[in-house]
Design a protein around this ligand. Structure first.
Ligand code: PLP
Length: 342
C-alpha cells in the first residue's frame, strides 16, 4: 500500500539547525498549517512537541483542536471572527483586520497582524490605538503582534524594508502596550526564508515562524543544511511486458520502441499528486521514469521494484510542473497512510 514515511532523524536534525541559528528553542514556532504542509498534522505535532517546541501555528480552529495537547500556545492564522471562539487558553487568534476585533468573543486571546508591505492581512499604524481601545472595552486579550514578509524568498530589497517597517511598528505597539497595561507582548516575523537570510537572528528578541525549512527545504544556497523529512512510496500493483509498438495508459501517449518490462503502481492524481500528462520525460525520483499519462489511482513506470520511492525530493516535482515545493507537498492526500521512521 502507498505510504508516506516521515524521518524523525531528519526532522530533529532540521529543528536543531534552525534552533541553533535562532539561538533559542523557545523563540521557534512550528508552522503546522494545512496538515503540516501535507506531512501529517498529528505526526508532526507529536514530533515537534517531543523535540521541545512549545508553540504551533495553524490555519484554523479545527487544526488547533486536534493538536491541543501537544503545545502551550497555538496561533490560528486564518480565522474570521464570529463570536463563537474557543475559550481554550492556549488558542491565540490572529486579527487580520479591524472588523475582526468588533466580532470576536470577549475574553479571546489575540495577536494583531501588522500590515507592512504584503497588504494581504493586517492593521495599519493609524488603526492600532483604536484597536487597543476597543480591545480594552470588549475585554479582548491582546498578547502580541506580527507581520509576514512578502518577499523574503527573493533577493530584493523588500526584506530589509519590511524589517525596518516592522521595527518601527513594534516600537509604537510597545508604547501602546504600556499605555493600555498589556504585559509581555510577543512579537514574531521571520518565516523560513527570513530565518535563512537574517545574519543577526541570535541577537534579536522576536520569535520566528518556521514553515518549509523544518520539513527540510532551504531556499538559499548558503543556507542551513536541511534534509527532507517526507518521502512518498508506492507499491507495485501489477507487472507486464510491453511489446514493440504497444502503448500504455490513457491515450497511449507512451509507446515501447523495443520490448520492455513495466510495472504499475498504486498512486495517482487522486492522491494529490499533480497529474503527469505523459509528455516530456519525467524522471520523478532521479532514477525512474513515469510512462504515459498518470491515472487517478495509478501510474506506470520502467521501475520493477516492489516498493518505489515517488517523492524523495519535492523539488524534482516542483521543477517539472513549474511550481514550488510547498505546492507539491501540501496537496498530498490526508488519507494516505503516514508512518514515522527513524
Ligand atoms: C505559511 C506562513 C509561514 C511559514 O512560511 P514558510 O515560508 O513556510 O516558512 C509563516 N507565517 C505566516 C503568516 C504564514 O502564513
Amino acid at each position: 500500500m502507498a505510504q508516506i514515511k516521515l524521518s524523525k532523524s531528519a526532522y530533529f536534525h532540521n529543528l536543531e539547525q534552525i534552533c541553533a541559528k535562532v539561538g533559542d528553542k523557545a523563540r521557534v514556532f512550528a508552522v503546522l498549517k494545512d496538515n503540516a504542509y501535507g506531512h501529517g498534522l498529528a505526526q508532526i505535532a507529536a514530533l515537534a512537541s517531543e523535540f521541545g517546541l512549545k508553540t504551533a501555528v495553524v490555519r484554523d480552529e479545527s487544526e488547533a483542536r486536534s493538536i491541543e495537547s501537544f503545545f502551550e500556545r497555538i496561533i490560528i492564522l486564518s480565522h474570521r471572527a464570529n463570536g463563537a471562539e474557543s475559550t481554550n487558553a492556549k488558542f491565540i487568534y490572529a486579527i487580520n483586520d479591524f472588523s475582526n476585533l468588533e466580532h470576536i468573543k470577549s475574553g479571546s486571546k489575540v495577536q494583531i497582524t501588522l500590515d507592512t508591505l504584503m497588504h494581504r492581512h493586517g492593521l495599519k499604524k493609524h488603526e492600532l490605538k483604536e484597536a487597543f481601545k476597543l480591545s480594552k472595552k470588549r475585554k479582548i486579550n491582546i498578547c502580541g503582534a506580527y507581520t509576514h514578509f512578502c518577499g523574503a524568498d527573493e533577493l530584493s530589497a523588500s526584506f530589509a524594508i519590511q524589517n525596518e517597517m516592522f521595527l518601527e511598528l513594534k516600537a509604537y505597539f510597545k508604547e501602546l502596550c504600556a499605555e493600555f497595561g498589556v504585559k509581555n507582548p510577543i512579537f514574531h516575523l521571520h518565516n523560513s526564508a527570513g530565518i535563512e537570510r537574517d545574519k543577526n537572528l541570535a541577537n534579536r528578541d522576536e520569535c520566528v515562524r518556521v514553515g518549509i525549512a523544518q520539513y527540510g527545504y532551504a531556499q538559499f544556497d548558503e543556507s542551513l543544511e536541511l534534509k527532507p523529512v517526507l518521502s512518498l512510496w508506492a507499491s507495485k500493483l501489477s507487472e507486464r511486458r510491453l511489446e514493440r509498438g504497444e502503448c500504455v495508459g490513457y491515450g497511449g501517449v507512451f509507446c515501447a520502441k523495443e520490448p520492455m518490462d513495466i510495472a504499475t503502481y498504486d498512486l495517482g492524481y487522486g492522491d494529490g499528486l499533480l497529474r503527469y500528462n505523459g509528455k516530456g520525460e519525467f524522471v520523478f525520483n532521479a532514477k525512474d521514469k513515469m510512462l504515459g499519462r498518470m491515472s487517478m489511482d495509478s501510474f506506470s513506470s520502467d521501475s520493477l521494484s516492489d516498493e518505489l520511492c515517488v517523492i524523495n525530493d519535492a523539488n524534482i516535482w516542483a521543477k517539472y510542473f513549474d511550481t514550488i515545493n510547498y505546492d507539491i507537498l501540501v496537496k498530498l492526500s490526508p488519507s494516505l497512510e503516514r508512518v514515522v521512521v527513524e
